[in-house]
Design a binder for this molecule. Structure first.
Ligand code: SF4
Length: 200
């Protein structure tokens, strides 16, 4: 049995991660739990794309199939600009709990492929949660293969999302007003980006 449970945020991001792990002779078991993807049609598109991709490449996939719009928005509504910490933690916590209950020694996440996500925060959160559940968080760095993986996903015709996942990131991506606000905030803070996200 595999010792690694790999949380998968979407099929395109998983391409490079699974390839790298297999090259290192690690056969992961995939795990779908993403209550942060909104609205429901988008959630379904990403989930179903992963189901098909897993079948195509012979990846064992487990699922916690839960569309968590209400819970997610209730949890972050008081400070939506700080939402990503909660988003990482809830997904990693569910993955660690599942790993611990099903005999996996380690867990990781395909979030670690994206140069647009906060790697430091993901790793710190994963380590903390892993310690609580007695499973090791594996801090793989898949980022060098991000572009290659995205290119392969396009060539395979996988559904490619246009925004990170939550309804707030959809607004950040498509609303001109939000784009202006974020631009202003970036300038004030001297940062390239304020919120992590997915530019797939
Ligand atoms: S921007 Fe992405 S990582 Fe941040 S809360 Fe939304 S879905 Fe989660």
């Amino acid at each position: 049995m595999s010792d690694l449970l790999l949380h998968i945020c979407c099929a395109p991001c998983s391409v490079a991660c699974i390839r790298q792990l297999r090259e290192e002779d690690v056969e992961p078991v995939g795990y779908w739990y993403n209550p942060n993807i909104h609205p429901f049609q988008e959630y379904k598109a990403r989930r179903d794309t992963l189901r098909q991709y897993a079948q195509d490449i012979g990846l064992e996939l487990r699922e916690h199939d839960f569309y968590g719009l209400r819970q997610f928005t209730a949890a972050v509504a008081s400070n939506p600009d700080q939402r990503c910490g909660y988003c990482y933690a809830c997904r990693l916590e569910d993955t660690a709990r599942y790993a611990s209950e099903h005999g996996f020694a380690r867990f990781s996440t395909t979030l670690l492929v994206s140069p647009y996500q906060d790697r430091e925060l993901i790793c710190a959160t994963g380590e903390k949660i892993g310690a609580r559940y007695g499973v090791e968080f594996a801090p793989y760095d898949f980022r060098p293969r991000f572009q290659e993986g995205q290119q392969e996903a396009r060539e395979l015709g996988l559904y490619m999302q246009k925004y990170c996942g939550c309804i707030y990131s959809e607004e950040d991506r498509f609303s001109n007003r939000r784009k202006k606000e974020l631009h202003k905030l970036h300038k004030q803070q001297g940062q390239a980006r304020v919120q992590p996200g997915c530019a797939c």
